[in-house]
Ligand binder design. Sequence first.
Ligand code: PBG
Length: 338
Amino acid sequence: MTLPPLAAYPALRLRRLRQTDWVRRLVRESVLTPADLIWSMVVHEGEGQVPVGSMPGISRFSVKDAAAAAREARDLGIPAIAVFPHIDGAKKDAEGTLAHDADGLVARAVKAMKDAAPEVGIMCDVALDPFTTHGHDGVVRGGRIVNDETIERLVHQGIMQARAGCDILAPSDMMDGRCGALRTALEAEGLQDVMIMSYAAKYASAFYGPYREAIGSGKLGSGDVENPGDKRTYQMDPANHAEALREVALDIAEGADMVMVKPGLPYLDIVRQVVDAFSLPTFAFQVSGEYAMLMAAAQNGWLDEERAILESLGAFKRAGAAGVITYFAPRAARLLGA
Ligand code: PBG
């Protein structure tokens, strides 16, 4: 395409609307506020806080600290917290039996946070991986992650979480049919007000690496047939986009109230496609590897840390997301002047 010379557009000067802060604010197309953030938080059984090496600035919280963090979230205007458990190795087995432990870490953390700050929403991951020795999200039989048997366990886990006071169940396991099974069980148990935010389009991604350290996940691929080396038979192929829309459509049909795309920034095209195709709140998860990349560059002096945090989170809003699950939540809320 050949353009006429610039002189042909004497009136077209897009820089006019960029010249001062007031006019930039006036014409801004999307805005990030603390109300867009879901605080991704790791809890552990012990006392105090344990730093996560691959995630500078992030620590595992004790149940007591998680309760204090819930009050902090409330004061910062952060609507919700997503809680992930670091489970002691001794409590894991091949089938993730303790995933539905009503006296376990997740139940205790949820109760403590709801007691401390009932006005903050609590979201729980529905998946077996924190509880399995091999780190897979489901039960493995003959080298396969078996779908339907896993779902039975996920339903027990989700009902336990809901009874503990969890407001949003977030199935992150990618088994087929899990949203429908959870929704049916919630209705049957009189827990119809509990929401489901499905990890609808969740990709088999390298960017989850630091999370596995954070929750002390079992090592995938020990060489044993019962421990496949990756999650590609259940999580999505990063090359696909049409399939993401099928996943989202199915989860909506099964009763999901909100959906999520994960990881975040590398998959913004998927966020935009989902937002345009479906009329329901769509979230993105800025995952552990995205956090680690940004912090590593910032710590080397290669990026302006605060600007990069806010720019990366703002990008989700521009793409149409209702909000972002992020480890930066409390920091970002403070930077936003909460
Ligand atoms: C597992 C789960 C994962 C994350 C959230 N839930 C990892 C995985 O699927 O292997 C990743 C979170 C992150 O990287 O921050 N069900």
